[in-house]
Design a protein around this ligand. Sequence first.
Ligand code: NAD
Length: 365
Amino acid sequence: MSVFTHPEFDNHEHISFHRDPETGLSAIIAVHNTSRGPALGGCRMFPYPDENAALTDVLRLAKGMTYKSALANLDLGGGKSVIIGDPREQKTEALLEAMGRFVERLGGLYIAAEDSGTGVPDLKVMGRHTSHVAGVSPGLGFDGKPSTGDPSPATAYGTFKGIQAAVQHRLGRNDPADLEGLSVAVQGIGNVGYRLARHLKEAGAKLWVYDIHQDRMDQALAELDATPATAEDILFLPVDVVAPCAMGAVLNNESIPRLRAPIIAGAANNQLGNASHDHALWKQGILYAPDFVINAGGIIDIHYERIGAEPSVVREHLDGIGQTLAEIFTRSAQGNLPTGEIANQLAEERFNLKTKTGHHSRRTS
Ligand code: NAD
């Protein structure tokens, strides 16, 4: 397994491998860029088939965090960690404690948060051996209500603000707060999707929903007056907005030609099958809200939880997601370039600028 010639290697500043035979921990931490600050990103536990698959994932995810935090104007860099193993069968307190010791060894270069396969209680166990964990402190959320530290409400609110910006740009609605009669299809009504659907409903939108779990469907149909859709048609309904809020790679060669909505704006990570699909959406006249911009509410929330801030400050920053997207949409229209490409450029400007001015820089490229 080579690292420097790996297709996903992008001058990552630091990659470390860790094995702890006593607990069975096999883990990788990748730090992509710390020019804006320490690398904060989730710790994912997944039964990767081999270490190369784990390396591919962690390199890609760490880079994604650099872009996400830079575009959200946070003084954070990009990093991620992966634990190779099935969280339902192999996750033990001893293994998580070993992971905590591994994170501690990096001395704060990387800060771990929740990701798929790990949750607040797991991060707390890691936190017995390191202070470099985030997203674990209860307090007041951005809306002034008690929060467990779960970033999903902030992610949903940020995604809602992003949808408002997209609707204003693409459909020319003058008042972004008024979504009366807007039709939206939400794929995945979990922690983020359900809350997003509720915001949309409150603003007057009509909802179509689909989730693989019937209890989620039952709740949305009863509480949000939503119309049930199916696995086959949720992405392809003739609605104003499709909001993918479940899994990645849903925008691909098969799905894009069948899309009928003028706007794609949802919280799911890695919605594009590959980078070329950004171009394919744009060519088809679809306004795509780049996922790492619209779903940055979670990282914004975690950032403020670490440093401590009034709910109003967090909310204002979340509102900024709409403004950043509006800027991306305008630049895209002016430059005749896809939105994802513009978002990447804007992010690179932000973290390269910090590198040039010497702030917290360890980047060698
Ligand atoms: P979640 O697990 O709570 O919700 C996902 C929902 O999608 C579940 O209800 C699940 O049943 C459903 N689902 C799974 N496969 C599906 C399918 N094929 N079709 C329809 N529904 C399906 O997760 P979440 O925290 O709500 O995150 C949703 C997405 O947003 C993920 O891609 C996640 O990476 C991304 N995201 C979440 C956050 C956050 O703060 N939670 C932050 C940034 C990005």
